[in-house]
Design a protein around this ligand. Sequence first.
Ligand code: MTE
Ligand code: MO
Length: 320
Amino acid sequence: MRIHIRRPWELKESDVTPEEAFRQRRLIIKAAALAGLGAASPLQALVPSQGSGAVIQGLADTPYGKGLPLTDYEYVTSYNNFYELGTDKGDPARNAGSLRTRPWTVRVDGECEAPGEIGIEDILARIPQEERIYRFRCVEAWSMIVPWAGFPLSRLLQRFRPTSRARYVAFETLLDPEQLPGQKRPILDWPYREGLRMDEAMHPLTLLVTGVYGRELPGQNGAPLRLMVPWKYGFKSIKSIVRIRFVERQPGTAWSDLQPSEYGFYANVNPEVDHPRWSQARERRIGEGLFERKHETLMFNGYAEEVAGLYRGMDLRKNF
Ligand SMILES: Nc1nc2c(c(=O)[nH]1)N[C@H]1C(S)=C(S)[C@@H](COP(=O)(O)O)O[C@H]1N2
Ligand SMILES: [Mo]
């Protein structure tokens, strides 16, 4: 028997889980929260009473995105893309139980002087003073504003001493079909892969994320370690990373290898360049409960001042 697997790029932007269910649950959770804790500090106020991840100690705040209205915790953790855990937006939250995030090791190698492995405990133990809250928009045709907890990727990369031959950085997600059962089907060329040019990887706004809303990441958001590049489309933010490689040539990425006409290597948010099947000029904010795209999408997702310089002289229609 042949099972028809719908290719991911056949999914339409409108193929989303109805939001009504989320809204109902959110109301119940809000009522429960009102009956419970009073918030003591703005950072504590970020920690939702219903979250199950460990609270991250010693988090410091940053000015990034301070005025932006946050997307509810409930949406951030149950409206996800993580195809290894299912292709519907609600699947990752339902299926994340099979992902074991301890012990966890990240291997860093390639064009560097000190290749090696580093355990997640080691990463976490060394960063509390460095770990910060960044409120970043995460955007595609839909968007969210999420208080990520993380630290600049450059802090980790520097320890492995990349050589001058390192021009790009390649990332890979865990490959284990028992823990990530979506890998039993050829939806993408597993493991999920992503890449950045060296200067993008070293930019201070490029983060490794370990938490959300003041707690350690849940599996569906890419525990225990995922990437967050605030000026790029969501799909660049590879989850549950186990391997980082310094390379000389532009590496392949899961989406651009699958469908190069729709997904480029750079994936900078660009409202002037349409996706072949939809406009990218406007976005729908998750949690507003409307299918209408009320918000104008901003160049580089609003971070043009910080990052436009990285792309000076490049044709962003060709390098999309
Ligand atoms: N390993 C892996 N990483 C992934 C994905 C995936 O399917 N597998 N999906 C990407 C896409 S398409 C998006 S939009 C973001 C979603 O992140 P979020 O669920 O935390 O909002 O994760 C990205 N990282
Ligand atoms: Mo995405």
